[in-house]
Structure formats: structure tokens, C-alpha cells
Design a binder for this molecule. Structure first.
Ligand SMILES: O=c1[nH]cnc2c1ncn2[C@@H]1O[C@H](CO)[C@@H](O)[C@H]1O
Ligand SMILES: [Zn+2]
Length: 368
């Protein structure tokens, strides 16, 4: 790809210094291992698989490295297990803001499923309010140190539960208090998004934004339903769209109708390379379809999914991709502007971040 600076200089440290935008990051997949241990101790959660910070971090990465989405998702029992009080939620949210800002992320949409944090009696609104308090606290701490980050929240409903309508209502209720949209997450096979049509219709008629996890563990049918039946604005992962793209032995590329539609309509793909390798959705970073999808100019965005389970950051994802595909600064800026264009944020705010934060942040690195 285009690059004015040798790709060796795109190491994690230099990438950390440029502005980045993150659209797909799970709050319960991004805890610091030390915080998991502290919270387990203070709320009396038993059953963590390790008692040492380093070992616990390693355990999450190894257990998530399972080759299947279902086993990958089992690791969330421990993070959700310790996020059952308001104090825990405030702390986890504030630390997420600090960690993302320290990695140079200037705008992030962080998602979680409120229904997973009610085991010890919290109400759904209390969960949302605690997380918002934590994000505001984290933003303040970052600003006090001279940094800058803006966080928006996406509320997820779990595909295997039947609470999508209720969670959609919650997202609309808190739309002026930091909640930017809705998503469905959880095991994909056997739980098509069309099970939740009433929730999606409610969101559309409320002029609310939503994305759907689709085309990760399951293929084209899931993507097609998410877009054409449910009306998803973006695709969480969406990586299996490559199943509708044929490359001939001579290198000629042919898009099927669905792939063409996704590209023509500029439907954003929230790609999460490391997570895809762990769940078996891609064989390796080097063989990840992001190379082809970028070459074909789909609306590609790069995301972390779960920083704890993948042991990754936005900067490490960018660095791994730069190494595997030869991406340069111009490509990283392109991914970043794609993400900002696709954010569930007011148009004028998106433009402001693109023109006043992202472009100046890359300007010295990209010679005109
Ligand atoms: O890659 C993924 N695909 C589907 N579901 C996921 C993925 N990562 C996390 N979660 C699920 O989303 C919930 C809310 O944050 C998490 O608890 C986890 O079960
Ligand atoms: Zn996800």
C-alpha cells in the first residue's frame, strides 16, 4: 500500500502517538488483569483461574485462543462475574477511558450488555448510569493530564437471551446521556438477528443507530439478514463478506451481489483481526481478509474487540497489520477517517475530529 515512510518506523510506539478511532471494543473484554483480581477480592467472587496478575492475563489470552467463538465467549464469565456492583462498573469504565487515551485513541465507542451485570440486584438503568459515571470520570482524568478522549456507549443485547426490545428501549432512553447506539452480541450460530426484528423496527422508527455482530462465526446469510432484514448501519466484524468475493487464479476479483451492495453502500466493516484469529474466523493475521477488503476499498475499520482476551491495543493491531500487509501512515489515516465517518456521533462532531484532530495528527507523516 501507499507509504512515504519506511514501514519499519510503524512500530507500536510511533503508532501510539497518532490519533486513532475505535468503534468496536467490549467493556467487559478490556479490563486490566489487576483490576479483575482486585474486584474479585472486594466483592467476594471466587473461581478466578489465577491469583497472579501476569498469570491471569495469560490465562485470558490462552483460553480465548480457542478456535471457536463459543469457547472464546466462556472467558467473559469471569469479567462479568466481578462487574456486579456500581463501584466495580465505575472503576472499569474509568480505567477503559484512561487505557484507550494512553494508547492514543481520541474517540471510542465502547459496548457492553447491561443484562449481564444484574446478578447481584442492580437494575438496568443503574448499570447504565454507573458506566456513564465511570466514562465521565475517565474523560476528566485524561483531560486533567492534558490528554483528550471522547467516549460513546453502545448497549448490546445478548443473542441467546430474549431481551433485545428492552435493551433497545434502554438505549433510546439514554441517547442524550452518552449512549450512541445498540448492538447484538453473543454466539452467532443458531441465533440469527431476525429473532429480534421488533427491536430493530423500534430502533429504526426512533431514528436510533445500531450495528450487529454478523459474519464472524457464521457466513453470508447472517450478514444479509443483518443488513436487509434488520437494517444494520454497520457490521460487527462482517469479515465473512469475503465468501462472496471470488479471486480467479489469474488474480481477477469478482464481487457477488451482497459484497457489491456492502461496498456500494459504504457499509462499515468493524474488523477485529486478532480476535478473528482467536475464534478461528481467520487463519492468521497475514491471511486475514483485511488485505483484500482494503485493496477493494470496502469501508474498512480496524478494532480491538477485546483487549484483555487478545492482549492487544489499537496500536498493536495497527502495527501487526502494517507488518503483515505493508500498510503505511496513509493507510492508517484512511482506516481512522473511515472509522470516524462511520461513528454514531453527530455529523458536525465527526467532521470536527477528522479535520482538527486526525488530519493534523498524520500531516507530518504523510507527505503530500
Ligand atoms: O467477537 C465477539 N462476538 C460475539 N460476541 C462477543 C464478541 N466479543 C464479546 N462478545 C460478547 O459481547 C458481550 C457484551 O460485551 C460479552 O459479554 C461477550 O459475551
Ligand atoms: Zn465484538
Amino acid at each position: 500500500m501507499s507509504s512515504d515512510i519506511p514501514s519499519q518506523s510503524l512500530d507500536v510506539e510511533s503508532i501510539r502517538r497518532v490519533p486513532k478511532v475505535l468503534l468496536h471494543d467490549h467493556l467487559d473484554g478490556g479490563l486490566r488483569p489487576g483490576t479483575v483480581l482486585d474486584l474479585a477480592d472486594s466483592i467476594g467472587y471466587r473461581g478466578l483461574p489465577a491469583t497472579d496478575v501476569g498469570e491471569l492475563g495469560q490465562w485470558f489470552r490462552d483460553a480465548a485462543d480457542s478456535g471457536s467463538l463459543e469457547s472464546y465467549l466462556e472467558t467473559f464469565a469471569h469479567t462479568c462475574g466481578v462487574m456486579q456492583t456500581e463501584e466495580a462498573l465505575v472503576r472499569v469504565a474509568a480505567e477503559a477511558a484512561e487505557d484507550l487515551a494512553a494508547d492514543g485513541v481520541v474517540y471510542a465507542e465502547v459496548r457492553y450488555a447491561p443484562e449481564l451485570f444484574v446478578e447481584r440486584g442492580l437494575s438496568l438503568p443503574a448499570v447504565v448510569e454507573a458506566v456513564q459515571e465511570g466514562f465521565a470520570e475517565g474523560e476528566r482524568r485524561v483531560a486533567a493530564k492534558g490528554g483528550r478522549i471522547h467516549l460513546s456507549t453502545l448497549l448490546c443485547a445478548m443473542r441467546q437471551h430474549a431481551r433485545a426490545y428492552e435493551i433497545a428501549e434502554l438505549a433510546v432512553r439514554y441517547r442524550d446521556n452518552g449512549v450512541a447506539g445498540f448492538d447484538i452480541a453473543g454466539p452467532e450460530a443458531g441465533f440469527p438477528p431476525t429473532r429480534n426484528l421488533d427491536a430493530f423496527e423500534y430502533l429504526r422508527t426512533s431514528n436510533a443507530h445500531f450495528t450487529i455482530h454478523a459474519g464472524e462465526a457464521f457466513g453470508l446469510a447472517s450478514i444479509w439478514e443483518a443488513i436487509q432484514h434488520c437494517g444494520a448501519e454497520r457490521l460487527g466484524h462482517g469479515v465473512r463478506i469475503v465468501d462472496d468475493i471470488k479471486t480467479s487464479p489469474g488474480g481477477e476479483v469478482q464481487l457477488g451481489r451482497l459484497a457489491n451492495y456492502v461496498r456500494d453502500r459504504r457499509i462499515p466493516l468493524e474488523l477485529c483481526p486478532s480476535s478473528n484469529v482467536q475464534t478461528g474466523a481467520a487463519p492468521s493475521i497475514a491471511e486475514h481478509p483485511i488485505g483484500l477488503l482494503t485493496r477493494l476499498r470496502f469501508r474498512v475499520t480496524v478494532n480491538t474487540d477485546n483487549r484483555l482476551m487478545s492482549g492487544c491495543t489499537m496500536s498493536s493491531e495497527f502495527a501487526a497489520l502494517a507488518e503483515a500487509f505493508g500498510f503505511g501512515w496513509a493507510d492508517l489515516q484512511w482506516f481512522t477517517i473511515n472509522a470516524m465517518k462511520s461513528a454514531f456521533l453527530d455529523f458536525d462532531k465527526r467532521l470536527d475530529i477528522i479535520n482538527n484532530v486526525i488530519k493534523p495528527g498524520y500531516a507530518d507523516l504523510i507527505a503530500s
